[in-house]
Design a binder for this molecule. Sequence first.
Ligand SMILES: [Ca+2]
Length: 452
Amino acid sequence: MTTTIIIGGGGQQHDDNGGRDHDDHDDHAAAGAASPFCFLPSACSQHDVVPHMITRSPRGFGLDKPIDPMPYFRARHFGSKDIVQNRLIPPDAECSPLRRDFLRTSLALASGASATDPLFTAANPQPVGDNSFPVRGDELRSVIIDTDPGQDDAMAILFALGANKLLDVKAITAVAGNVPLPLTERNARIIRDWADRTHSLPVYAGCPGPLQRALVTAADVHGRTGLEGVDLHEPRAPKESEHAVAYLVDTLRAAQPHSITLVAIGPLTNLATALIKAPEITQGVREIVIMGGAYFERGNVTPAAEFNIYVDPEAARTVFACGVPITVLPRDVAVKAPITPARIAPIRALKKHCGAIVADLMAAEVAYQERRHGIASAPMYDPSAIGYLVNPALYTGRKVNVEIETAGEWTLGETVVDWTGRSMRAPNAVWITEVDADGFYAELQECIANLP
Ligand SMILES: [Ca+2]
């Protein structure tokens, strides 16, 4: 029998924050700065042990790399009270809440629970909170939305504009994706008209196609205009003359440090082009929130890849490597807050112009899924990114390494998520996997109610 020994500690060894481990305090509080502690199942010998480091971050505990067990067997730690052998969680008086949490997790992991097992996650609620995420009542957060509207983009933009007590949407930068650029930038101008933001929300047109590939669209899903399901008017005002990439570079260069949140709900071509042209613009970025990718759920354009990443994988690779805090709302979470007729009804019942539009767009997405799969339910994609910004407490995830497949024969655009730390590559993103779906729809409804 192989036994797992789990040894806590090592905030310094396991630095998942690019050399500035602000978890050190917690790691050491959990594990004991001077004496790492072990969970040691019974019948454990030197020869059948598979030892792993276990470390704690604000997202909870995770198994890290295998380690050499011998120093631990030799060390006097074995004589210390820090060894827990065949013993359940010590009483409160004996250990801090963090340490109890660690021990509970150790027991779960040692008993064979996987990282996604309820035993594990229940013992360790993984709040998303170490990138200075806003909470309700936080200061107004400056946001630029990079988008390829798109039915779900339209819902997301309206959601963000209705969240005007939390999100200050500075501009929309359009990119080619769901439909070609002339339609996405035009649709963005139509959407701002719906929200009566014609003259207070600039729209910039960006890149007409991916960095290195021919454009793939999703007109089969979103219709010929990109906004099938709603009546479209002639936009009331023109786009800005400046290119979206020039706007991003100028704005982020001049911004206060770490002050602007980029919400990317289309292919990442605009953001990547800006980062390639002026890498120093990361100074102005607080966080990039991306709707894209798939890991626990499979792809939606190929079995391996989600659309936004698949369209421009080289751009996605550039963005994921840029070094700023990234939060990903993947398909994994989009499918956990599905659009259903029951969730459309209250939004339609708002009796608002924008409420009717959002309800029509939601209904169009459900109708597409019903035609294609016979199910009256559709994943909620781009608005997930806004829901996350409006109320991050609704979401949980894990800080992980994410790499983008750019060369695979069958896996182009796959998001390779190192959920268990197998690769030992440094984490570069928070990967969201869970959402309180009812909470999300309550926020959507509340924000849409603020619009005309
Ligand atoms: Ca989109």
